[in-house]
Design a protein around this ligand. Structure first.
Ligand code: MRU
Length: 368
C-alpha cells in the first residue's frame, strides 16, 4: 500500500544485502516514518517484543526472518541446536498471535533433512520470502471475498455510504500489504463504492488512532476516529452497517482472540443486529484448540501502557502520565469473542460460519 505516495510493504530484504532485513518502526507512526535495520535474531525478537512490528501476520514474517538471521549469525558445529534455541527465544516474544509459532514451524519444515549451513541459510531465506509473498496474496483474496459482503450492503442502500467499524489495526501495517480487515475496505474503495470507516482508538497502545487512521489517511479512505466506548452508541443509531476486525488466534471452533475490547464490540453488534465479521489468513487458525476463552493465552503487558498516553505535544513526541503515579493498572492485551457472536469468518478461501463445520468446509485437510 501507499505511504507518502510511494508503494511500500511492511518488511523487506534490503536490495543488495540479503543479510539485512528492514521494516518500519511502527511505534512512531503517524508522527514519523522511520526505517529500522534488523541484522540478528536478537534484533528480530526485540522488534516483535517491543512492538516495532506488531499484528499477527507481520509478527510471523519477522519471526521467519529472525530464524533465517539466526542461521546467518551462527558459527560453530551444531546449527540445528542453535536454531532450536533461537526458535524458543522468538516464540516467547509474544504469546497470543499464533502466526509466530506457525511461521517458525514452517521454517523448520523447510530445512528438514538439510545439513549444510549454506543450504540451511538459503532455504530459510526462501522460506521467509515465501511467507511474505503468500501473505500478500492471502490478504488480497480476503479482500476479494470481503468485498462481496460490502457490495451486498451497498446494493441495499443505493447511493449511500457503507459505514464499517473496525478495532485495533488489522490493516496492511499489521500484515505485509492490503491487511486483513482493511483489505475488503481498500478493494471496495478502489472499486468506487462509498465506504466510511469508524476507527476505534484502541487504548492503551492506540493502534486505531496511530496506525489504522494513518494508513486509511494515506490511501484516501474516508474515516473518523472514535473513542473505544463509542461503537455501541453508533450501532443503536444505525450508523454502523458492519464490523470487520482481525484476529491473533482463532480456534478450530471459530472463537476469536483479538485486541482487548473486541468482545465488547461483538456484544454491541449482536444486540443491534449489526453483522460482525472477522478477517483472517488461515495461518491465524489454531487447529489444536476449541475453547478460546479457556485455551488461548492472553498477553499481559506493562501497566505503564495504561498509565501513560503517548502522543505529539508541543515538544514533539512524548509520554504523558494520566493517573496518580502510584495507581496500579492492569493491561490485558487481548480478549476472546465466542464464535456465537461472529457472523462470519472471511479467509483467503471465502466466507464461512464461525464454527468447526464452517472452517472445515474451507480447509477439509484439517478434518479429524
Ligand atoms: O498488539 P497488536 O498490535 O499486535 O495487536 C494486533 C491485533 O490485535 C490485530 O487486530 C490482529 O493482529 C490482526 S492483524 C491482521
Amino acid at each position: 500500500m501507499i505511504i507518502n505516495g510511494e508503494y511500500r510493504r511492511t518488511i523487506w530484504v534490503k536490495d543488495g544485502d540479503s543479510r539485512l532485513i528492514q521494516t518500519f518502526d511502527q511505534r512512531l507512526f503517524p508522527h514519523e516514518v522511520k526505517i529500522i535495520d534488523v541484522k540478528t535474531s536478537e534484533e528480530a525478537g526485540i522488534a516483535i517484543k517491543d512492538m516495532i512490528v506488531r499484528g499477527a501476520p507481520l509478527i510471523g514474517a519477522m519471526a521467519a526472518y529472525g530464524i533465517y538471521l539466526a542461521a546467518v549469525e551462527f558459527s560453530g558445529d551444531d546449527i540445528i541446536t542453535y536454531l532450536n534455541e533461537r526458535k524458543d527465544f522468538l516464540n516467547e516474544t509474544r504469546p497470543t498471535a499464533i502466526n509466530l509459532s506457525w511461521a517458525l514451524n514452517e521454517q523448520f519444515n523447510a530445512i528438514q533433512g538439510i545439513t549444510s549451513k549454506s543450504a540451511i541459510i538459503e532455504a530459510l531465506l526462501n522460506g521467509a520470502n515465501k511467507i511474505v509473498e503468500d501473505d500478500v496474496e492471502t490478504c488480497r483474496m480476503i479482500g476479494q471475498h470481503g468485498l462481496q459482503i460490502i457490495e451486498e450492503i451497498a446494493a441495499d442502500k443505493p447511493g449511500e455510504v457503507v459505514n464499517i467499524l473496525t478495532h485495533c489495526n488489522a490493516g496492511w501495517l499489521a500484515c505485509i500489504d492490503w491487511g486483513t480487515a482493511t483489505s475488503p475496505i481498500y478493494q471496495a474503495h478502489q472499486k468506487g463504492i462509498k465506504v466510511h470507516v469508524w476507527v476505534d482508538e484502541t487504548r492503551p497502545r492506540s493502534q486505531g488512532a496511530n496506525l489504522t487512521s494513518f494508513e486509511l489517511n494515506e490511501q484516501g479512505v474516508p474515516h473518523t476516529l472514535i473513542t473505544d466506548n463509542t461503537g455501541g452508541h453508533l450501532m443503536q443509531h444505525n450508523l454502523v452497517d458492519m464490523v470487520i476486525v482481525g484476529t491473533d488466534r482463532t480456534t478450530r471452533s471459530g472463537d476469536v482472540a483479538n485486541k482487548i475490547g473486541t468482545y465488547l464490540k461483538a456484544l454491541a453488534a449482536n444486540d443491534n443486529h449489526v453483522p460482525f465479521y472477522v478477517a483472517l489468513p488461515s495461518s491465524t487458525i489454531d487447529w489444536e484448540i476449541r475453547d478460546g476463552v479457556k485455551e488461548i493465552p492472553i498477553e499481559m503487558r506493562s501497566a505503564d501502557e495504561v498509565k501513560y498516553v503517548f502522543g505529539k505535544g508541543k515538544n514533539g513526541v512524548e509520554s504523558v502520565l494520566i493517573c496518580p503515579l502510584t495507581t496500579p493498572a492492569a493491561n490485558y492485551g487481548f480478549d476472546v469473542t465466542p464464535a456465537r457472536l461472529v457472523t462470519g469468518l472471511i479467509t483467503e478461501k471465502g466466507v464461512c460460519a464461525a464454527s468447526e463445520e464452517g472452517l472445515i468446509s474451507q480447509f477439509p485437510e484439517q478434518k479429524r
